[in-house]
Ligand binder design. Structure first.
Ligand code: GTR
Length: 329
């Protein structure tokens, strides 16, 4: 009897301890930052990620998606994820150059020939090198999403040649490379948070910006900027990035489950992306936006030679990476 009681007590305290651990694990709420609105491919994919992670980890990790950038602008959110204050972010590599200089290579205009080229690079060894560089700076890139290709739009006139950029003020993302890019094309660039662009277009603080069709449409910029000129000058991948501080507390088994969910989410996003791009293009044209192909795409590419030369002069260690990306066919 005595022996039995002792055994029972031990079992009871073990149960209390494990209930305690389960309780702590259940409280692992992961705030997930997204810049885009509900229904945008990235947000739909992140919602899938959140639900898959919650199910697969039996509630030990419970991500919640905060859309529309309500948790802050992209540069702020990057810092908050690095600090562990936000657990996950769907980040574009554009504003990442300040933190992880190697990612600036992805912001060089025309570095990728097309989206397939970008996929090949990011899904292979080179993509892994970017992931490694990001994780040294507090961000674990679990998978890579699409953001199509970016072109210029404005409120004044179609851009046919670089000369048409003269005198126009374009909003760019937070990265000096984009200021140089617009400058070498003959326009004026203003770095600005995405959330401020609509109002700035409306009030004439800026004349234009540059983005892919889904962003141009979902941000309502197309209501004000009636000229969209296809330059396809940037193809920038986006990550699902988890804070290293948060990640380090996750068990190896749960890391595997979360990674699997992130890869599945990126696959969903890429499928939805293709459909949404076509739909957004059709919608903006139907609303009266004039879309034109630039007359001489090569003139835009040639104008970028000094941007590459200056970049390589300032970052000689990254030249091989540029050549390696260009060599992927
Ligand atoms: C979008 C991208 C966002 C953000 C935005 C911008 O295409 O998905 O993450 O970078 O562009 O221009 O700021």
């Amino acid at each position: 009897m005595r022996h039995f009681t002792k055994t029972f007590r031990m079992a009871a305290s073990a149960a209390v301890i494990s209930a305690g651990f389960a309780g702590v694990a259940q409280a692992e709420a992961w705030r997930t930052w997204a810049i885009h609105p509900e229904g945008y491919p990235n947000v739909t994919a992140l919602e899938q990620f959140a639900s898959d992670v919650t199910t697969a980890t039996e509630g030990r990790i419970e991500p919640t998606v905060y859309a529309n950038g309500v948790l802050g602008s992209q540069p702020d959110a990057i810092e908050q994820v690095r600090a562990g204050a936000i657990a996950v972010g769907n980040f574009n590599m554009g504003p990442m150059g300040e933190i992880v200089p190697a990612t600036n290579v992805l912001s060089l205009p025309f570095i990728f020939r097309d989206v397939d080229h970008m996929h090949k690079v990011m899904d292979g060894d080179i993509g892994q090198q970017f992931s490694d560089a990001l994780s040294e700076q507090g961000l674990v890139a679990l998978s890579w999403m699409d953001s199509g290709s970016r072109s210029f739009y404005n409120t004044k006139r179609p851009i046919e040649t670089p000369a048409d950029m003269a005198g126009l003020k374009f909003r760019v993302m937070n990265n000096d490379l984009y200021v140089q890019m617009v400058d070498k094309l003959g326009g004026n660039a203003t770095p600005m948070a995405y959330g401020e662009v609509y109002q700035s277009l409306k009030t004439g603080v800026i004349d234009g910006a540059e983005n892919n069709y889904p962003s141009f449409e979902s941000s309502n910029h197309y209501e004000v900027a009636k000229f969209y000129s296809i330059t396809n000058h940037l193809i920038i991948p986006e990550c699902i990035c988890v804070s290293t501080r948060v990640w380090d507390k996750v068990s190896d088994a749960d890391k595997a489950l979360v990674t699997e969910a992130a890869i599945a989410a990126a696959k969903t996003q890429r499928e939805l992306w293709a459909e949404r791009s076509d739909q957004s293009k059709a919608d903006v044209i139907a609303s009266g936006v004039a879309v034109n192909e630039v007359q001489d795409a090569k003139a835009f590419q040639d104008a970028m030679e000094p941007v590459y030369a200056d970049f390589i002069a300032a970052n000689p260690d990254l030249e091989t990476l540029i050549r390696d990306i260009q060599a992927v066919n």
